[in-house]
Write a protein that binds this ligand. Structure first.
Ligand code: F3S
Length: 758
C-alpha cells in the first residue's frame, strides 16, 4: 500500500517506505542477534549498506539514507548555493525550506512580517526561485517556524530526517529520528550522498505515573536537562518509554524532543502510540496513522533492549521546573524557585514573559495559557509584565484566532507576534530596558544563553512551561508560585489560579489559515526555465563558482598563513554575530576567515606576517594576497581544531581564499570532513610534538600528495623564507578512497557534477 510521506506532496511519488526499513532490520538483526532499542530500529532501518556497515554504538560511523531534508532560511542560503554548484537538476530526496529566522519582532505580527519581507526581499526571492527550480517545497515568510511546520506536515513515525537547525529533533514527537546538521550534510543528502553519523548511544528515559495539574511536558525535559546537563546527551539518542508516555500529547512529546538539543543529544524519540495517531488524524494524515499501526512492532523498542544509560521519572511526583538563567540545565523546582531568586540575587521583577516558539506553541499550549488568562480576566486583572505570544505556524495562529484563545490572550494584554522565530533567535527590537541593565524575562522557548534573546548580557532569561510564564506575567514577579500563592483581583479579593485546562486537539479541526506554501512546478521543463534570483550587486548573496580541481602536483613553497595557538573553534575560523548577514555571500563572509585565531608569532588575533610584502596584515587579506599571486597556503593548528558547530563556512572560506592544506595536531571530526568536502587537505602531525618545530614564518612543500592513498603519509618540508630547509615532518590523514576523489575533483560537489555530466 502506497502512502504519501506528506499531505502537501500528494502524488509526487514520495512514499513512506516501511518495507525498506523492515528489510534492513532483518539483515541487521541476523548480524547483531540481540534485542534493539527503538532508536536503533529507526537508525539501522535507514542504513545505506546493512550488510557491510560496521555497527558499534558510540564508535563506528554509519552511512545513512534519510527520508527528507529541511532547511531554515538562514542556513538554507549557503546550502542551496552549494547544491546549485553540483549541477544536478533536482534534489534527490524531498526537501523543504522555511522562512522563519529573519523576521524581527518589533510591534506585532502583520507589521513585523511586512517589514521583514521588505528587508529580506533579496534573500526570499533567491530562496523562492531556487527552491522552485530544484524541486524543493518553499514555506514563505509568515508560514511559521520550521519545526512546527515539519510536525504538522512532514514528520511520521519511523522516518528519518535531517534539518539545518539544531531543534530539528522536535519531530521525535511523532516518532521520527530527526537530527540537526550543518549545511554540508544537508547538501550531501540532497545530492544523493549518504549521510554519515557516529553510531549513537541510546539513553533510555522511563516515564512512570501521569502528568497532572501545573506540571506540563516541558517540565519533563527541564528535569532531564537538570540531570544530564548541557553535555550529557552528547553522541546519544534520548529514547522515552514507559507507561507515562500515554499521558502526553504528540505536541507535548514534540516539546520534549525539541529541547533535547539543549543537552547535546543527537536527537530524541518517542515510541509510536495512540496520541501520535490522533495528531496524525487531526492533521489530515489518518492514512499514515493506519499504516504505522500495521507496522507498530518496528516502532517500539524490543523487550530486553539494552540502553547505555537509564533514567526514571515518575510524572505523578514531578514538579514544574524553571531553568536558568544563562544556561538551560540549571533546573530549579518551582517550590524552591522564589528562594533561589533571592539567594542568587536574580532580579525578582518580571519584565517580559514570552510564550510560543517552535518549542511550545501547540493548540494545547495556547489553550492552557488562555485558560489561565481567562481566569485572571474574570478577576479583572491584566498582565503586569509585558507578554508576547508567538504562534508556531499560520495554522496554529488561524486556529487560535478562530477558537478565541488569541482574543483572550490579547485582551489580557498579550501581543501576538509573527509566526516566526523572533525573540527566540534574538530577532527582537526590545525597547523596555537599556543594554546592560540587569533584568529578568521568562520564556517558554528552549535556549537561554547569555544575550540570546535580546543581545543584552545582563538579561536573566529563564525557561519554563507556557503555563508558568502566563501565570507569572499576571503577578509581574518571578517569585510567584501559582500552586501556593494568591493574587488580588480587581475587587480586592484574593484568588488562586485553578489548574490550567487545555484542549489537546481542536474539536472542529485545524484552520489552515492563509496559504503560505509554494510547491515547486512538477514539470522539469518549466523548472529549467526558472532563473535563480541573485542580483549581481548583492552583498548578501553570490553564486558559488566551482573550486579548481587539483593540479596533480605536490604543493610547493606554500606560505604558512597562520600558526594558530590554543583553541581554534569554528567561531575563531568563521565568526558569527554581524557576519551572519553574509552567509549567502562567500566572498564577503570570507573577510572573517580565521580572524579569531591567535597567531603563535605575536599572540595576536588577525595580525599575520605577509611573506610577500614583509608587512603585517589581517588574516583574510593576507590569504587573498597569496591566492591572487599564485601561492596556495597552509594553516598550522593545535588540538581539536575546528571544534564547535558544523558550519561549513569554516571550510569554505579558507578554500575560497586559497588554502591547500590545514595541518593540525588533531581535528574536530565534522570540521575535518567539511574540509575534505571542499577539496582541502586536512592533515595531522604524526608526532604530536612536531607542531612545535614549525616556525610561523615558514613556507612548506607537501611531498606525497601525488601518491595520496588511504593510510599514506605526506612529508611536510619546512623551509625558512630564504628557502632553506629546517625540518622534514611526517603527516598522516584519514581520507578514504571516495574522499580522495573529492580532493582530486576540487570538492565533493565538483565530483557530483562530474558524475552528473557523465
Ligand atoms: Fe526558531 Fe527558536 Fe526554534 S530560533 S527554530 S523558534 S529554537
Amino acid at each position: 500500500q502506497k502512502v504519501d510521506m506528506s499531505v502537501v506532496e500528494k502524488g509526487k511519488g514520495y512514499y513512506i517506505n516501511y518495507k525498506k526499513m523492515a528489510d534492513n532490520l532483518e539483515i541487521v538483526r541476523s548480524r547483531l542477534n540481540r534485542p534493539l532499542t527503538l532508536s536503533e530500529k529507526i537508525v539501522y532501518g535507514h542504513l545505506d549498506d546493512p550488510h557491510g556497515q560496521d555497527i558499534s554504538r558510540g564508535n563506528s560511523y554509519l552511512k545513512l539514507r534519510p527520508d527528507r531534508v529541511a532547511c531554515q532560511d538562514a542556513t538554507a542560503q549557503m546550502a542551496l548555493l552549494q547544491f546549485m554548484s553540483a549541477g544536478l537538476p533536482e534534489v534527490a530526496v524531498p526537501t523543504t525550506v522555511h522562512c522563519d529566522h529573519l523576521i524581527e519582532a518589533q510591534i506585532g505580527g502583520a507589521k513585523d512580517l511586512a517589514r521583514a519581507k521588505e528587508i529580506n526581499k533579496e534573500v526570499y526571492d533567491f530562496l523562492a526561485t531556487c527552491t522552485a527550480k530544484y524541486g524543493i517545497g518553499f514555506w514563505q515568510p509568515g508560514s511559521g517556524i520550521i519545526h512546527q511546520i515539519l510536525l504538522e506536515n512532514y514528520a511520521f513515525p519511523g522516518g528519518m530526517m535531517i534539518g539545518t537547525d539544531s531543534h530539528t529533533p522536535n519531530a521525535g514527537g511523532l516518532g521520527m529520528i530527526a537530527c540537526g546538521v550543518g549545511g554540508a550534510d544537508a547538501v550531501d543528502v540532497m545530492a544523493d550522498i549518504p549521510w554519515e553519523l557516529k553510531c549513537p548511544k541510546v539513553v533510555g528515559v522511563e516515564l512512570k505515573g501521569k502528568l497532572s495539574g501545573w506540571t506540563a511536558p516541558k517540565d519533563i525535559i527541564l528535569k532531564v536537562a537538570g540531570e544530564l546537563t548541557v553535555k550529557g546527551g552528547t553522541g546519544a539518542i534520548i529514547e522515552y518509554k514507559g507507561p507515562g508516555v500515554e499521558s502526553l500529547s504528540a505536541t507535548g512529546m514534540g516539546t520534549i524532543c525539541n529541547m533535547g538539543a539543549e543537552i547535546g543529544a543527537t536527537t530524541s524519540v518517542f515510541p509510536f502510540n495512540d496520541k501520535m495517531a490522533a495528531y496524525l488524524e487531526a492533521t489530515k494524515r489518518g492514512d499514515i496513522a493506519k499504516l504505522a499501526k500495521g507496522f507498530q512492532s518496528y516502532l517500539l523498542p524490543d523487550q530486553g533492549a539494552e540502553y547505555d544509560r537509564h533514567i526514571e521519572i515518575n510524572l505523578s511526583d514531578l514538579e514544574p521546573h524553571i531553568n536558568g538563567p544563562f544556561t538551560p540545565d540549571l533546573a530549579t523546582p518551582l517550590s524552591k524557585f522564589a528562594e533561589a531568586v533571592k539567594k542568587n540575587d536574580w532580579p525578582a521583577e518580571l519584565k517580559v514573559g514570552l510564550i510560543g516558539s517552535c518549542t511550545n506553541s501547540s493548540y494545547e499550549d495556547m489553550s492552557r495559557s488562555a485558560s489561565i488568562a481567562d481566569e485572571a480576566l474574570k478577576h479583572g486583572l491584566k498582565v503586569k509584565s509585558k507578554f508576547t505570544i508567538t504562534p508556531g505556524s499560520e495554522q496554529i495562529r488561524a486556529t487560535i484566532e478562530r477558537d478565541g484563545q488569541m482574543e483572550t490572550l490579547s485582551e489580557a494584554g498579550g501581543v501576538v507576534l509573527a509566526n516566526a522565530c523572533g525573540p527566540c533567535i534574538g530577532q527582537w527590537d526590545r525597547t523596555d530596558v537599556k543594554k546592560g541593565e540587569k533584568n529578568s524575562i521568562i520564556t517558554s522557548y528552549n535556549r537561554n544563553f547569555t544575550g540570546r534573546n535580546d543581545a543584552n548580557p545582563a538579561t536573566h532569561a529563564f525557561v519554563a512551561s507556557p503555563d508558568l510564564v502566563t501565570a507569572m506575567v499576571f503577578a509581574g514577579s518571578l517569585t510567584f508560585n501559582p500552586l501556593t500563592d494568591s493574587l488580588k483581583g480587581a475587587d480586592g479579593k484574593e484568588f488562586k489560579f485553578s489548574d490550567p485546562a487545555g484542549i489537546e486537539l481542536p474539536a472542529s479541526g485545524y484552520d489552515p489559515g492563509e496559504q503560505t506554501f509554494s510547491a515547486p512546478p512538477d514539470s522539469m521543463d518549466e523548472r529549467a526555465e526558472i532563473k535563480v534570483a541573485i542580483a549581481p550587486d548583492s552583498d548578501r548573496l553570490q553564486f558559488l563558482a566551482p573550486f579548481k580541481a587539483w593540479d596533480g602536483k605536490n604543493p610547493t613553497n606554500c606560505p604558512v598563513l597562520i600558526k594558530a595557538v590554543g583553541k581554534c573553534t569554528t567561531d575563531h575560523i568563521s565568526a558569527g554575530g554581524p557576519w551572519l548577514k553574509y552567509r549567502g555571500h562567500l566572498e564577503n563572509i570570507s573577510n572573517n576567515c580565521l580572524i579569531g585565531a591567535i597567531n603563535a608569532e605575536n599572540e595576536k588575533a588577525n595580525e599575520v606576517y605577509n611573506q610577500m610584502t614583509g608587512e603585517f596584515g589581517a588574516v583574510p587579506a593576507t590569504g587573498a594576497h597569496y591566492r591572487d599571486n599564485g601561492r596556495p597556503w597552509v594553516v598550522i593548528g593545535d588540538h581539536n581544531y575546528g571544534e564547535g558547530s558544523s558550519r561549513e563556512h569554516a571550510a569554505l572560506e579558507p578554500r575560497f581564499l586559497g588554502a591547500t592544506a590545514i595541518i593540525t595536531r588533531s581535528f574536530a571530526r565534522i570540521h575535518e570532513t567539511n574540509c575534505k568536502k571542499q577539496g582541502l587537505l586536512p592533515l595531522t602531525f604524526k608526532n604530536d610534538a612536531d607542531y612545535d618545530k614549525v616556525q610561523p614564518r615558514s613556507q612548506v612543500d607537501l611531498e606525497g600528495v601525488t601518491e595520496f592513498a588511504p593510510g599514506s603519509e605526506v612529508t611536510m618540508v619546512c623551509k625558512d623564507l630564504e628557502g632553506k630547509e629546517y625540518a622534514r615532518i611526517p603527516l598522516v590523514h584519514s581520507f578514504n578512497e571516495g574522499q580522495i576523489a573529492w580532493h582530486r575533483a576540487g570538492s565533493a560537489l565538483n565530483l557530483m557534477a562530474q558524475k552528473a555530466r557523465e
